[in-house]
Design a protein around this ligand. Structure first.
Ligand code: NAD
Ligand code: ZN
Length: 362
């Protein structure tokens, strides 16, 4: 047996107590050997691994429909049918879809049960695994309801990234660089120094996860409930969610966030804020562009998006108010900042122009 190094541990403070993140090879095997009262809820991709061990896990298909409110009752029935009590720990093993479903179910089942998360996509390893948010879709509205319910611990096993395809790796890196640019020049330079690339090793992903989660820790500890500082982590998301929706989810979440950040650079420049000639902004733009352009079919999916559908989805985002549109841009100091623009015809035309420019320039 290979000798495994000690896991890296990062502690996160939250209003419901602190919890640990551990990062280390083969940690999933350690979780599977636990004997406590727990119920596994796992991505269908990993179901054979659990079946081979004789574990009666609930399996979820990692598609957007799974994280709909309609589907939640079936999940909660399955949890009850397997005899889960208030003492049962739910263990979610999967990407962001499994995470959203298990966070939500754990937060409402018997008014709240503990849960453990084992992220399996790069996106969930570097970003979504901490913060305690669940986001559930209702009808056509993505991520429109949710809860805060931090896990008991997060267990990151970088070896799980071995089976991810190139798109899932690029998507994870889009969210990774987002966190680092939001945190500031030091974190961004440290990210660039790691030479992150989709074809990187699982060791490199472990280092990226450690950097990103340490950077994200600052935001979620200072603003657990997404009221102020943490809001900038939505960089790329309002434009991105619109592209996910208008492409009918042909563009995956992380890649849409990458495209969303490119759109934000355009809008920021038009508003006289973003200095696209700044060396850090240039390095950021080149990295993100390289990531999204490495994914087959993105340009076609983008060209298939209708401006009116993009605008409808953009305008419906929950981060806007009735009178103002929230946009997250790089300001003229090179920092990521949330800015409110008046919700009027002029702003809407600027946003539509941003989408059109991004599509034609891609
Ligand atoms: N709650 C949050 O804080 C938060 C944050 C970001 C994103 N999200 C949500 O997460 C979702 C996207 O999540 P995601 O990108 O992590 O992936 P995902 O859960 O959508 O899964 C994507 C694909 O990867 C497969 N997969 C998972 N692990 C694998 C592995 N180890 N090897 C090979 N294939 C694997 C899945 O079966 C699926 O086909 C979106 O719904 C997004 O809204 C939530
Ligand atoms: Zn995201």
């Amino acid at each position: 047996m290979p000798v495994l190094s000690e896991p890296v541990a990062i502690e996160i403070a939250s209003s419901s107590g602190s919890y640990n993140i551990e990062i280390g090879d083969a940690l999933l095997d350690r979780e599977l050997a636990q004997t406590g009262e727990c119920l596994f809820i796992v991505d269908a991709f990993l179901a054979p691994r659990f079946a081979a061990l004789g574990i009666d896990a609930i399996t979820l298909k990692a598609v957007e429909e799974t994280k709909s409110l309609d589907h939640m009752s079936a999940l909660i029935e399955a949890i009850k049918q397997r005899g889960a009590t208030r003492q049962t720990t739910l263990v979610g093993v999967g990407g962001g879809v499994v995470q959203d479903c298990v966070t939500f179910a754990a937060s409402v089942y018997m008014r709240g049960v503990p849960w453990v998360y084992v992220p399996t996509t790069l996106l969930s390893m570097v970003d979504s695994c901490i913060g305690g948010k669940s986001s559930i879709n209702v009808g056509p509205f993505k991520n429109i309801i949710g809860t805060f319910h931090p896990p008991k611990c997060v267990v990151i096993d970088p070896l799980l990234a071995e089976t991810l395809d190139a798109e899932a790796r690029a998507a994870g890196l889009c969210e990774a660089v987002k966190i680092c640019i939001c945190r500031g020049p030091e974190a961004f330079d440290a990210y660039i120094a790691l030479d992150a690339k989709p074809q990187g090793s699982t060791d490199s992903f472990a280092s990226i996860a450690e950097l990103c989660l340490s950077a994200k820790k600052w935001f979620i500890e200072i603003d657990e409930f997404d009221r102020k500082e943490r809001l900038v982590l939505n960089f790329g998301h309002t434009f991105g969610h619109a592209m996910e929706a208008a492409s009918h989810f042909a563009i995956s979440h992380g890649i849409a966030v990458g495209l969303g950040m490119l759109a934000a650079l355009r809008l920021g420049e038009e508003l006289g804020l973003t200095q696209r000639s700044d060396p850090r902004v240039q390095a950021f733009e080149a990295h993100v562009r390289g990531l999204v352009a490495s994914v087959q079919g993105v340009a076609e999916a983008l060209r298939g998006c209708q401006i009116d559908e993009l605008m409808q989805a953009f305008s419906a985002d929950k981060k806007h108010s009735r009178s103002e549109l929230a946009v997250i841009l790089i300001n003229n100091q090179g920092a990521v900042e949330r800015i409110m623009l008046p919700r009027n015809e002029h702003t809407l035309a600027q946003i539509a122009g941003t989408f059109a420019g991004l599509i034609s320039g891609f």
